[in-house]
Design a protein around this ligand. Sequence first.
Ligand code: MG
Length: 290
Amino acid sequence: MPFNIPGALVPFHLLINPRLIMPQMIQDIRQLDFPELRRAGYRGAVFDKDNCLTRPHRDTLVPDLEDAWDECRRIFGPQNVLVVSNSAGSQLDAGEIQAESVSHHLSAPVLRHPSFKPSYSCISSIRAYFASLSQPVHDEELIVVGDRIFTDTVLANRMAHHEHVFRPAPAPSETIERDQMSSIDGLSKGLDAFTHSSATTPLSSARVRVGPIAILTTAVWERDSPVLRRLEMQLMKGVERWVVGEGQGPAQDWTDVRYGSFFRELAMPEVLRREKPGLVKRLRRRWQGD
Ligand SMILES: [Mg+2]
């Protein structure tokens, strides 16, 4: 596989913006509450392919994800769910044969893009696709789901920006925050309310993230780049601990409050079910005659 230069340059961007690798984490797409996302104003989705929807280098959906995938396409609409892969549809896909195959098996459009995720060129291709729909989908109406931090999470966070808005100092009669901040629609209303508040009301500033939700799936359907995955995860945990802080400072913006209701608990963690027992456990079972 050719060297992913946009991905390799991510560490330099992190020196400027370490939050670039901060995702919302789920196990797999079955944890996404698509009806709740739709109610909150999200209208489209970008999905990675390998180890998110399919096993690496395969074109068919992981069978366990079929119900969730069907629900996603039904809720958002087939054209609003886009597969963006660094294999199918990329420069590696000569003749776009794999893109055609994936599109057929997943019943979803596959983006053709000239450069790898998380490049800005790839972001432009994603925006062009969603802008071309009969009802265009904006960045802040998207979720971006993938299993790799340096490609999928960074791509989503590069599509987002933060805005400083001013709001009146909290008063007992104001109840906008919790309920209205739980949706994009509510966020707009909240911003309007803040913007048009009386000039005599004391103001305080707030930081609002505007852009797609970056969602990282942690279930690995087939072993793939374990060292890089571990490095990415350690770096992410380092940023969370040393830069973002645990719910302190910049991390505590309205965004974090808004996302909680979009994720479901899984009945039984698939990772634990599929986890291969370690050497010691296998030897012990053998001695015990299991
Ligand atoms: Mg992947």
